[in-house]
Design a protein around this ligand. Sequence first.
Ligand SMILES: NC(=O)C1=CN([C@@H]2O[C@H](COP(=O)(O)OP(=O)(O)OC[C@H]3O[C@@H](n4cnc5c(N)ncnc54)[C@H](O)[C@@H]3O)[C@@H](O)[C@H]2O)C=CC1
Ligand SMILES: O=C(O)CCC(=O)C(=O)O
Length: 388
Amino acid sequence: MYEVKSYNNIAKVGLEQLDKNLFTVDTGAEASAYLIRSENLHDVELPSHLKAIARAGAGVNNIPVDEASERGIVVFNTPGANANAVKEAVLTGLLVATRGYIPASAWIQTQAGSEVGKTAEKGKKNYAGTEISGKRLGIIGLGAIGVMVANAANSLGMEVVGFDPFVSVDTAWKISRAIKRVNSLEELLAQVDFLTIHVPFTSETKGYISSEQIAQMKDGAVILNFARGELVDNTALLSAIDSGKIAKYVTDFAMEEIMNKEQVIVFPHLGASTEEAEENCAVMAAETLNLYFKTGEIRNSVNFPSISVHQKAPYRLVAFHRNVPNMLGQISTLVAKHDINIAELVNRSKEDYAVTMLDLEEGDRTVVEQIKSELEAIEHIIRVRLIG
Ligand SMILES: NC(=O)C1=CN([C@@H]2O[C@H](COP(=O)(O)OP(=O)(O)OC[C@H]3O[C@@H](n4cnc5c(N)ncnc54)[C@H](O)[C@@H]3O)[C@@H](O)[C@H]2O)C=CC1
Ligand SMILES: O=C(O)CCC(=O)C(=O)O
């Protein structure tokens, strides 16, 4: 049995989805897998037993992915499973940026009493807003969330312009033809009334929106950030707000320096906090763990390649290794030395890492265990799992 340790209120339906013949959950035993949401794993020691981290969500910036790769720990996420929830959160952001509902609601609650109806009618002029219909929205990052925001905003009457130099074929198919795509950030920034960012937070995207980008925007533009706080340079943002260059900033990420500013609307990372998204993410994450621990197959991993092969022999070895020349040659030569036939051999790579899966026509487990330990001794092999 493998122990799964869960963090951050994983939806019950997801925990129940974990295969009871494979897993125990939160018993306190040494964990083979973590099932997490936003838990920060950067400052904790990952146990030697750990084979997988499943992120019930999209962003993996809370996980030391490079360390995990070097230790053969597969990191999974749940692409698209919470995208609709975030899309709806962004629409909320657009609407609260343009209409006075948040301050108006706070104000009217202070006016309780028999005259409140009259007071409301008299005071509402202070909370009049503008409409989003007919305005132009720029979207950076046309992935699962960006595409949904694009199509929804377009259907609400907005003109939508998108920028994503790495857009996937899969998501490109989902973009409405009404969405204009541009090839440079500069082109997008110069023409939009609202800007929303939907890219992962990495060392390359830190401070993506900084003074240089803000300077290219229209005066009085609104920025929305439901991706990660660190994507926007807060010092540049605050000075643009003080000068009136940026009219409003709506963000899902509370950070000390942006709090208590009239032009900044902060939500406590609520984008994916819907019953539906929490359940979708938890179930998808549990299913990837079931598949991986039962068969060695990999789906939705951010650090190792997808690999899916029906098992063709009693024992399967899954070797995680660096993506360098001659690994396949060394692996198959080693198996051949034991005079064992390979029923299936599949090799897949993703950037610096690769996985080789071997189904062995050998019924004696001790022989397979011997091959496993010999494989582990080959340079550049990081981890080998035996399934069967
Ligand atoms: N507020 C919340 O609760 C949530 C926030 N998020 C955040 O939103 C981010 C995006 O989520 P998804 O759309 O599901 O991910 P995704 O992986 O489907 O889409 C990301 C898109 O960004 C694009 N991209 C990457 N680097 C870029 C760059 N330098 N310039 C322009 N585009 C670039 C990629 O090509 C991809 O199309 C996540 O990484 C996460 O940080 C995700 C879910 C919930
Ligand atoms: O689990 C959550 O509430 C946060 C989701 C999120 O930020 C993500 O999926 O990247």
